[in-house]
Ligand binder design. Structure first.
Ligand code: GSH
Length: 326
């Protein structure tokens, strides 16, 4: 694909059956602690390309924060608006929160992909984990990037972050199991509702989404986090969808049977607990989130008018776990 060709439009995300099918990510290598590895963990070598708007990229920002990796892995943040050329970099003077790409000098994320693989012809998604040394993409699948950040850099972080894990061995089976249905019906479920172009696909996915929210509400009525008193990867993956739910998915994606702030007291309490953990609120940029969805998906919102509400106040009341939950 040449660097001037146009990527597929958002409207093409739904296929003939009226249903949205998320593409499988293409770059799937792993960073490992061993110096002999293809991609060895090194401080300053790897770079994350993210969008504050994107719930998948948001996962990687959260784990980078909670694992104390800010000085080990650098980041670039794209403009909230996704235009016909896809994600674009912007100066923070023009778009507060965004950055230019000081690593490869790209104007668009698509150029980063094409530097890594000139024949790449799939979607140009964020997050992207980039190797500055080999000048290539290590991985563009958020669920795998957060696993690497969880363990691969432990020798390089400050002592208080070593050994922190959001994928503990004794909970792996339960984490994998809960991730599976939450991914399908909630994380991706909001997109399957919002991008559906048939009534049937919309209703089916929207109902499945709310069945899962009811199930999560029941879990969180009994338990501090999804799998007990320990914060795990399953919570972090769900959090990025829930934090966007009332301001964006409820209206823009028509996920409107209930709202988190008024309809799910236990999910609301749980969201506040995560939001109030050190460093997390700095990863939630509601301006980028709202402007991205309402202004980029012009097939859904042709006026590009952005609604006023940011959703529930996650800052207060203060909801403090008894001890650090991870
Ligand atoms: N499987 C990927 C999905 C990432 C993804 O779909 N990102 C969206 C933003 S929320 C994107 O960059 N879309 C651009 C496009 O599809 O053209 C992951 O979890 O990392």
């Amino acid at each position: 694909m040449s660097s001037t060709s146009t990527p597929p439009m958002i409207t093409k995300w739904a296929s003939k059956d009226g249903e949205f099918h998320r593409q499988v990510s293409s770059f799937r290598s792993f960073i490992e602690p061993s110096a002999a590895a293809e991609f060895p963990a090194e401080s300053g070598r790897y770079h994350l390309y993210v969008s504050y708007a994107c719930p998948w990229a948001h996962r990687t920002l959260i784990v980078r924060q909670l694992k104390g990796l800010q000085d080990v892995i650098s980041i670039s943040v794209v403009h909230y608006l996704m235009g016909p050329n896809g994600w674009e970099f912007a100066s923070p003077d023009d778009v507060p929160g965004a950055t230019l790409d000081d690593v490869t000098g790209a104007k668009y994320i698509r150029e980063v992909y094409l530097k890594a693989e000139p024949s790449y012809s799939a979607r140009f998604t964020v997050p992207v984990l980039w190797d500055k040394k080999r000048k290539t993409i290590v991985n563009n699948e958020s669920s795998e990037i957060i696993r690497m950040l969880n363990t691969a850099f432990d020798d390089l972080v400050a002592p208080e972050y070593r050994g922190i894990t959001f994928y503990p061995e004794d909970l792996r089976v339960q984490i994998d199991e809960i991730n599976e249905w939450i991914y399908d019906t909630v994380n991706n479920g909001v997109y399957k509702s919002g991008f559906a172009v048939s009534q049937d696909a919309y209703e089916r996915n929207c109902r499945a989404l709310f069945e899962s929210l009811e199930r999560i509400e029941r879990i969180l009525a009994e338990s501090e986090f999804l799998l007990g008193s320990q914060l795990t990867e399953a919570d972090l993956r769900l959090f990025t969808t829930v934090v966007r739910f009332d301001p964006v998915y409820h209206g823009h994606f028509k996920c409107n049977l209930k709202q988190i702030g008024t309809g799910y007291p236990n999910i609301l309490r749980w969201t506040r607990e995560i939001y109030q953990l050190p460093g997390i609120k700095g990863t939630v940029n509601m301006e980028h989130i709202k402007k991205h969805y309402y202004m980029s998906h012009t097939q859904i919102n042709p006026t590009q008018v952005v609604p006023l509400s940011d959703g529930p106040n996650f800052d207060s009341p203060e909801v403090r776990p008894a001890s650090r939950p991870y």
